[in-house]
Design a protein around this ligand. Sequence first.
Ligand SMILES: [Mn+2]
Length: 198
Amino acid sequence: MTLARVGRVERSTKETSVLVEINLDGTGKADISTGVGFYDHMLDQLGRHGLFDLSVKTEGDLHIDSHHTIEDTSLALGAAFKQALGDKSGIVRFANASVPLDESLAQVTVDLSGRPYLVHSEPEGMAPMIGDYDTTMTRHILESFVAQAQVALHVHVPYGRNAHHIVECQFKALARALRYASEIDPRQSGIPSTKGAL
Ligand SMILES: [Mn+2]
């Protein structure tokens, strides 16, 4: 094993203060506190099913709403993930995962490409809120993560009914896809790109 694949990002503005720490080669131990219950639950899924060790501490302006808190945490998470990947030497790079949650299905495909791109679709007409989580934030979380992590990410929910299920299966499938893509491929020596950099 080479250097530890860890990332640590601190981000402070007048709206939020965020600290994210991630170890890609962890055991799924998550310690999450953003003040937004359902979002904590989603980040817990990401750590648990990504087998990352993930610590997230955010204090945000929740007296306004949860938007800044969720967005800024997602930006820091993307930055920490990118930092932990380092030069991407020896990684699998491409991966996909499909995860059902009862009646809902999420399909996630990722390329740890160094270029940000998001394609996202989910059923229309979902309940607008899950606790204090605004369900339109799911796409915004993915956009923010992608912008900082610099990955190509395709997330689709072809069908689903319950809002909690529709969102949760996306985070579980994202966790699995990121885990597989960031794993070390024992047959891969060097950076998996014909251009020699990612
Ligand atoms: Mn925003």
